[in-house]
Design a protein around this ligand. Structure first.
Ligand SMILES: Nc1nc2c(ncn2[C@@H]2O[C@H](COP(=O)(O)OP(=O)(O)OP(=O)(O)O)[C@@H](O)[C@H]2O)c(=O)[nH]1
Ligand SMILES: [Zn+2]
Length: 196
């Protein structure tokens, strides 16, 4: 699937801005107040940034690989990849870190590309479980390594700033594939490297 850039028409942009004005009224403020006049424009542009993952194709990031890695055949792990996403239930921020590891078969990928895959899936409406699974599935499908391990730790603003209001709660999710799922020793090793 190729990355797609969807042009928005002026009419679509105006409708999105009107929706922001409506939300401002909804919370009890006045969209015609001077300080809020430019807010709809800023919000619709900010949304395009928060959700730019819809225009990105994570699989494409992994197509360029390197085979000459001196026979390296151990785990490659990228720890503490910061990301921010939005929960699909409340459109509230999810802020966290992802740890992505894989055991190469015969080729490796540039490490920045693993972080790009995380960002491309994060910048969509998500639940943390699906975000975790999508990152792992994408790496497994394109790189076909011996195994993939993805652990995501995040806080959900919909829990910390509203609703049950429990700041400090972190959610951890993981997806283990291939050897990391089947082999206890390989799984222990990657979990140890991640620092759990
Ligand atoms: N499993 C999972 N749940 C999430 C995630 N993000 C938000 N949620 C939860 O989704 C649920 C939505 O529940 P609902 O009962 O439909 O919504 P709500 O009435 O706003 O729920 P409260 O947050 O409890 O006030 C809440 O329990 C959220 O905490 C996520 O990434 N994964
Ligand atoms: Zn939520």
């Amino acid at each position: 699937m190729a990355a797609t850039h969807r042009e928005r028409t002026e009419e679509e942009r105006e409708r999105a801005k009107e929706a922001v004005r409506e939300l401002i009224r909804w919370v009890g403020d006045d969209p015609e107040r001077e300080g809020l006049l430019d807010t709809p424009r800023r919000v619709v542009d900010a949304y395009l940034e928060y959700f730019q993952g819809y225009e990105q194709c994570p699989e494409e990031y992994l197509t360029r690989t390197f085979e000459q890695v001196g026979g390296y055949d151990e785990i490659v792990l990228l720890r503490d990849i910061p990301f921010h996403s939005h929960c699909e239930h409340h459109m509230a921020p999810i802020i966290g870190k992802a740890h992505v590891g894989y055991l190469p078969t015969d080729r490796v990928v540039g490490i920045s590309k693993l972080a790009r895959v995380v960002q491309a899936y994060a910048k969509r409406l998500q639940v943390q479980e699906r975000l975790t699974a999508e990152i792992a599935d994408c790496i497994q499908k394109v790189l076909e390594p011996q195994g993939v391990a993805v652990v995501v730790e995040a806080t959900h603003a919909c829990m910390t700033c509203r609703g049950v209001e429990t700041p400090g709660v972190t959610m951890t999710t993981s997806r283990m594939m291939g050897v990391f799922r089947e082999d206890d020793k390989a799984r222990s090793e990657v979990i140890k490297l991640i620092g759990f």
